[in-house]
Design a protein around this ligand. Structure first.
Ligand code: MCN
Ligand code: FES
Ligand code: FES
Length: 908
């Protein structure tokens, strides 16, 4: 132990610490100053940034022994408070710069030092600063963060006043479609929002710390598990294996489709007979400290019989491949599209035919906050699990039988979450926490380090697609044939659904009268497929949009012109044979045209022999909702102070709080209550109704409709005969109800797709998009730089402009990552944020521009469609098309790493 005198946020403090422990751990663990977050834990993300003696440092790797005595340390808690915000904190809120907010304290602390050194930085200087200090954000696309620093600098220089910023916000009347600040922003920018790990350090004494024994191989039979030595290690309370699990020890995938050849009970909570993928949990060590638990992990002996590991769909489909789940074929679900006439003769007759193979891989989600949660048994004998779940009721159903719990004995609560991007559509640590709480009878806490985050949690499901178009010489599509295999890893949950997205979205956006296609879900031993923003559409639309450029080239048409000839117009049908909900593709493309023309001219003018510039476009379409029928439930209670809304609209960081507030406030407008009179109770299965998961960009539409109905019921019930409204006291005095239920179900006639033909009406509302990318390819290195990206969206009316802009920037930048760098393929190489290709600020352009066509939707609340996934439908395809436009190299298998582009250039 060593003694340190330091000054933290102006307070002199004496600390007795282990010199080997990091400053981040001392701040958080010893001092409970949890505003400083730990993301990567290895100096890559800047979430842990603090200022020491005028320098921004990453406290996750700064050992206490290296901190000079009398060091002056500033953490987020010292930057500003809720009552006295620093200009940066205010600007962060005004610009919607805190989505999940997990990165916000680190960015704000870092920017504080920048503005102290230079209170008039250029945008480039701000970007250079964040790059140098490794501040990473996965939600915002970085642009709003730079905007916020520029605004804060103006405030500091006295060029604008705080009041000027607040004045821009609507205070009365409707907040729908405005830049109203999301309710959670204040806590996020001040570091007072407690995420899972923050709540974890504040758990009661005696809380057991959990660590996992995980598989280091990808496929094996388990011969034995010996915990005897580990049990004897210091501080160990219990080593838990499958034998301690009271229920079925399986997570049920809630199989969606009856023709699935699996039974859905394929994912063990703790492995018993087999290991199915690297990282699978085999045992849990529960100990008094995390260090003691970790030390005992290595003492658990697991004897394995290694089996061949099938690390891709083609490998698992080979004739000699054994069944990964004995009794279920590795190809366990198939889907077809039969639309219009037989395509083979049409392809023969077509003036032009193009065909190619495409691959979109295992994109990792890379939230800055790693997976974390805790569980305890409450006074009503219920197991209460707190996690990052974005499907609290869904996960309740998926894990209760495996744990052996009656439904009323399990509660799932979502903690404030530092981004999920869909990986939390699947349960991750929930069942492990439940098992540990039941096996020990104590509160238990489990947090992943970033390596576990990457290797244990699900990934985007790779699609291997072969696609073929037949067209007339004028450029009208006459037929499409597609064949795809979806590598879904070892666990079947939602594997059929994501494969079905191929049927629904390969060819989407265009009128293709005749389609024959086949897709299949394949069980493999690589990372299990979990939902990822866009869910099947980035795979489907990559093939669709890159092949459109190939067709344009063959026809000698401009890619814009070819698309314009074929986009949905009234009377046209989607690949599933239904009419699009609205017709806005023409308007979207008309908006794109002048931008495209200007960008093309600019690229031609600025291209050089070494740095070639190019422009590419792509169209995006995706459904807002789970496959029909879908629905949601929300409640509205009339209270003394206003109205309380109850729902299970889980918040990844996208803005469920804001969506709930904007929707309920709009519905309650006749009552004249202010936004601050609306209280939100969200995301606890013991307190709120089942609103369904926050996936498929469904919540604004489904839960939004449920909220609207609940509020309308409330208004009806409190209205007096003269049209005015009873006060709460009058309502109670009259013995009238104060609790109102809003249940929304998609209307009759929207029944999903026929499993034999893929035809039907899968969604009530869709989102439409167009992307324009400008790139520069360095022909010496093959490196591609995205110079600018425009996105034009029709997502109906906007509930909140700030939220939606942020969604779009963030999703578009994830598209840059998907196109150029992100991957999780090599288990030895792809082990952290940097090696998995996370885009940092200088990897993305400052020129990110979004625009909207707002066609009100019949089935969306106040005309809104969904938003969250629209920006990640096909931005990557526009980048790939731009690379071809720049240098002639066509990349069909992502990511377009420099070496691939270089190889293409050399082959020319
Ligand atoms: N919204 C709006 N106006 C509309 C539509 C939506 O203002 N016309 C707002 C909503 O109020 C909500 C947000 O936009 O705050 C997204 O709404 P919606 O499209 O309904 O999606 P969900 O709320 O169901 O959120 C899920 C969606 C998905 S599926 C993923 S994955 C995703 C995403 O949103 N993951 C995210 N956005 C994310 N954003 C962040 N920061 N972090 C993630 O992990
Ligand atoms: Fe410290 Fe990522 S840099 S947590
Ligand atoms: Fe930056 Fe979520 S707001 S990581």
């Amino acid at each position: 132990m060593i003694k340190k005198h330091v000054i933290i946020n102006g307070n002199p403090q004496t600390l007795i610490v282990d010199g080997e422990v990091t400053l981040a751990n001392v701040l958080r663990g010893q001092l409970h100053m949890t505003g400083t977050k730990i993301g990567c834990g290895k100096a890559q993300c800047g979430a842990c940034s603090v200022i020491i003696n005028g320098k921004v440092i990453r406290s996750c790797v700064t050992k206490m022994k290296r901190i000079p005595d009398e060091a002056v340390i500033t953490t987020i808690e010292g930057v500003g408070t809720k009552e006295q915000l620093h200009p940066l904190q205010l600007a962060w809120m005004i610009h919607g710069a805190a989505q999940c907010g997990f990165c916000s304290p680190g960015f704000i602390v870092s920017a504080k030092q920048l503005l102290e050194e230079n209170n008039n930085p250029s945008r480039d200087e701000v970007r250079d600063w964040f790059q140098k200090h490794r501040n990473a954000c996965r939600c915002t696309g970085y642009k709003p963060l730079v905007d916020a620093v520029m605004t804060a600098a103006k405030l500091i220089r006295g060029e604008i006043k705080t009041e000027d910023l607040w004045e821009k916000l609507p205070s009365n009347g409707s907040i729908w479609g405005s830049n109203y600040i999301r309710p959670s922003a204040l806590a996020k920018v001040t570091g007072t929002c407690d995420y899972g790990a923050d709540l974890g350090v504040k758990m009661p004494c005696g809380t057991l710390q959990l660590k996992l024994v995980q598989a280091k191989v990808s496929h094996a039979n388990i011969i034995s598990i010996d915990t005897s030595e580990a049990e004897k290690m210091p501080g160990v309370y219990k080593v838990i294996t499958h034998k301690d699990v009271k229920g079925k020890n399986r997570i049920t995938g809630l199989i969606t489709f009856p023709n699935n050849k699996g039974d859905g009970w394929d994912r063990p909570i703790l492995c018993d007979e087999k290991v199915f993928q690297f990282g699978d949990a085999i045992a849990i060590v529960a100990a008094d400290t995390a260090e003691h638990a970790q030390a005992a992990v290595d003492k658990v002996k697991v004897e394995l019989e290694i089996l061949p590991a099938y690390m891709s769909a083609p490998a698992a489909m080979a004739d000699d491949a054994i069944e990964i789940h004995p009794g279920t074929p590795n190809v366990y679900w198939e889907t077809k599209v039969i639309k219009g006439e037989e395509t083979a003769p049409l392809m023969e007759k077509a003036d032009v035919v193009v065909q190619d193979d495409f691959y979109v891989g295992r994109q990792p989600h890379l939230p800055i906050e790693p997976d974390v949660g805790f569980a305890y048994i409450d006074d009503e004998d219920r197991v209460v699990v707190h996690s990052k779940s974005i499907g609290i009721h869904l996960h309740h159903g998926m894990i209760a039988p495996g744990l052996g719990l009656e439904p009323d004995k399990l509660v799932i609560v979502q903690n404030p979450s530092g981004g999920t991007f869909g990986y939390k559509f699947s349960p991750t640590i929930e069942a492990l926490l439940g098992v540990a709480a039941l096996a020990t009878g104590k509160p238990v806490f489990l947090e992943f380090d970033y390596y576990q985050q990457i290797t244990y949690t699900g990934k985007r499901s790779p699609f291997f697609i072969n696609l073929k178009y037949g067209a007339t010489k004028e450029g009208k599509l006459v037929a499409m044939e597609a064949d795809w295999s979806c590598d879904h890893g070892p666990y079947s949950e939602f594997g059929d659904l994501v494969t079905l997205r191929g049927s629904q979205f390969i060819g989407a956006g265009y009128m293709i009268p005749n389609i024959r296609s086949n897709g299949r879900t394949v069980c493999t031993n690589h990372a299990w497929g979990s939902a990822f923003r866009g869910y099947g559409s980035p795979q489907s639309l990559f093939a669709t949009e890159v092949l459109m450029d190939e067709l344009a080239e063959k026809l000698g048409l401009d890619p814009f012109e070819l698309r314009y000839k074929n986009i949905y117009r009234p009377g046209d049908t989607t690949p599933t044979g239904c009419e699009p909900d609205v017709h806005s593709m023409v308007e979207i493309m008309d908006k794109l045209k002048p931008l495209y023309d200007t960008a093309k001219k600019k690229a031609e003018a600025e291209s050089t022999a070494d740095k070639k510039r190019g422009v590419g476009i792509s169209l995006g379409v995706y459904g807002a909702g789970l496959d029909n029928p879908d629905g949601s439930e929300a409640w509205a209670d009339y209270t003394e102070t206003g109205v309380t809304i109850f729902n299970g609209w889980e918040d990844h960081g996208q803005g469920a709080d804001m969506g709930t507030l904007a929707t309920s406030h709009e519905a309650l407008l006749p009552l004249g209550i202010k936004p601050e009179q609306i209280k939100l109770v969200m995301n606890d299965t013991s307190k709120v109704p089942n609103s369904g998961p926050a996936g498929g960009s469904r919540s604004q539409v489904m839960t939004g409709n449920a909220i609207k109905i609940a509020c309308e019921e409330l208004l009806k019930a409190i209205q007096k005969p003269d049209g005015t409204y009873r006060t709460y006291a009058e309502q109670v005095a009259a013995g009238l109800p104060t609790h109102f239920v809003g249940k929304y179900n998609t209307p009759a006639g929207y029944n999903g797709c026929d499993l034999e033909t893929g035809q039907g009406v899968p969604f009530t509302t869709y989102m439409y998009a167009a992307f324009l990318s400008e790139v520069e390819v360095d022909v010496k290195t093959g490196k591609t730089k995205v110079l600018g990206m425009n996105g034009i969206f029709d997502i109906g009316t906007l509930a909140n402009k700030l939220v939606v802009d942020g969604q779009m920037f963030g999703g578009m930048v994830q598209g840059i990552g998907l196109a150029l760098s992100e991957d999780f393929e090599d288990l030895k190489k792809h082990i952290d944020l940097v090696s998995c290709g996370l885009p940092f600020i200088k990897d993305v352009p400052d020129k990110l521009v979004v625009d909207y066509v707002m066609t009100p939707r019949e089935h969306g609340p106040f005309g809104a469609s969904g938003a969250g996934e629209a920006p990640l439908t096909s931005p990557h395809a526009s980048i790939i098309n731009a690379i071809t436009n720049a240098c002639g190299v066509r990349i069909t298998k992502l990511p377009a790493l420099p070496e691939k582009v270089l190889a293409g250039l050399k082959a020319q």
